[in-house]
Design a protein around this ligand. Structure first.
Ligand SMILES: [Zn+2]
Ligand SMILES: [Zn+2]
Length: 195
């Protein structure tokens, strides 16, 4: 079976960003997967998920809708990418200030492997600073690899590893785009078990 990852645009997003991410993911994950494909069209944002006071989308609800869409279309391993700010709920069910990404928790082998990342806070212009294109592209790659790691059951890791938890740009910049040895082996097993 071909090991493939799908990318889906959510709402308005510059297509070039997805193209670059596709190239970067292919390169970064080449020892784990065979191909990265961009799905046609875009998955629309739902106004009911927008929280006016926060000026953010409720990521958890968005992820649920996206998951249903992925399930109906029968796409395994899909990462949605959006350019809007999102928040989710933490373990105590309180809303977080923001998140870079969220992944569907894998409960059993039937769980849909789906995640999303928001690129808006990974770009310097969000902070009214000058663009740093190379750095921003790297951040997007890291957050994508991280969330995809979750969809293959990887948990947060304390080693020098892309699975390090990051909730600030400094943390995102500090971690590598690569998996540590342990996570890399776990990921290989998890992917092997699919086929
Ligand atoms: Zn994480
Ligand atoms: Zn690790």
């Amino acid at each position: 079976m071909e090991k493939k990852i799908y990318l889906q645009k959510i709402g308005d997003l510059n297509h070039l960003i997805l193209k670059k991410l596709q190239t970067d993911l292919k390169q970064e994950l080449k020892e784990f997967i065979d191909s990265v494909e961009i799905l046609p069209n875009n998955f629309p944002l739902d106004n009911s998920d927008f929280r006016v006071k926060r000026n953010q989308y409720y990521g958890t609800s968005l992820l649920k809708k996206f998951e249903l869409h992925i399930k109906n279309k029968n796409y395994p391993n899909t990462l949605g990418v959006l350019n809007r700010d999102i928040f989710s709920l933490n373990k105590s069910n309180e809303p977080t200030r923001y998140v870079f990404g969220i992944a569907r928790k894998i409960i059993n082998s039937d769980s849909t492997r789906v995640a999303l990342i928001s690129i808006i806070r990974l770009k310097e212009d969000f902070y009214k600073r000058r663009r740093k294109k190379r750095k921003e592209r790297k951040r997007i790659l890291k957050e994508a690899v991280h969330e995809l790691g979750h969809t293959f059951s990887l948990k947060h890791c304390k080693d020098y590893c892309v699975m390090q938890y990051s909730n600030s740009l400094a943390e995102a910049d500090e971690k590598p785009a690569k998996f540590c040895q342990t996570c890399s082996e776990k990921l290989k097993n998890s992917i092997e078990n699919l086929s």
